[in-house]
Write a protein that binds this ligand. Structure first.
Ligand code: 5RP
Length: 232
């Protein structure tokens, strides 16, 4: 019963997705690149979800053998619902990977992590040489931080320390990400908290500088990665 409900809600999620048409177009573009035998890193978020659905359709129609490396439990479950075999980075290396983004600047640097999965997403991105970022046109910005705060995953024991250190980096606003129900903070898959942080500006050194603060697990800054951006 729980499983059937999960299948129903996951597959109906599409109706709630913003910019659905543009995201669907880019998802189809991604699916065109799938070949027999590919090992594919699967990002999180709604655009990745749509791409995964398109890929799964193609895999079934053309009877391809494809192995997925998911970046979250949610994606893993979706793969299972769609009948797509999965593995982990311990057993397989992706030939290529795709993912979404919240912001893409003119240098193709990114803010990611509205879904809170940036820790696993960065590990998968770094594990393969061919990375596609799938975005609808609303994601293009002139500078990072124009629309979104930077998500930072933090060990709960280090929250006060990280807050102090972020103030030193001139953070202008720091908020603890709360669950949709508002009855507690979001807890990541690895048991950590997420701070959504605004800065006056985001120099390219920030990805490394923030990561160097003890207690920071990962940031949603993806600066200077060799990626290909696919859009409509
Ligand atoms: C999740 C992410 C997502 O890829 C990002 O938030 C974009 O999401 P969407 O495709 O739903 O707009 O980084 O951690």
């Amino acid at each position: 019963m729980i499983w059937e409900n999960k299948i129903a809600t996951t597959l109906q999620w599409s109706s709630e997705i913003s910019n659905l048409e543009a995201k669907q177009k880019v998802a189809r573009k991604m699916a065109e690149r799938v070949k027999d035998g590919d090992v594919i890193g699967i990002g999180s978020g709604s655009t990745s979800f749509l791409a995964l659905q398109e890929i799964s359709k193609k895999v079934k129609q053309e009877q391809l053998n494809v192995l997925a490396i998911p970046t979250s439990h949610e994606v893993s479950l979706t793969c299972s619902i769609l009948g797509m075999p999965t593995s982990t980075l311990l057993n397989a290396r992706p030939d290529w990977a795709f993912d979404g983004a919240d912001e893409v600047d003119p240098q193709k640097s990114l803010i990611k992590g509205r879904g809170g999965a940036m820790f696993a997403e960065k590990i998968v991105m770094k594990s393969c040489e061919e990375n596609y970022i799938l975005v609808d046109p609303s994601k293009f910005v002139t500078y990072l931080g124009e629309k979104f705060a930077v998500p930072i995953e933090v060990d709960p024991r280090a929250v006060n320390l990280v807050e102090t250190e972020l103030a030193r980096l001139h953070a202008t606003d720091i908020s603890l990400r709360m669950a949709v129900s508002k009855d507690g903070p979001v807890i990541t898959e690895t048991g950590n908290l997420i701070l959504d942080v605004r800065f006056k500006e985001i120099p390219t050194s920030f990805e490394k500088e923030i990561k160097a603060i003890p207690g920071v697990i990962e940031t949603g800054l993806f600066i200077g990665y060799p990626i290909e951006v696919l859009s409509t």
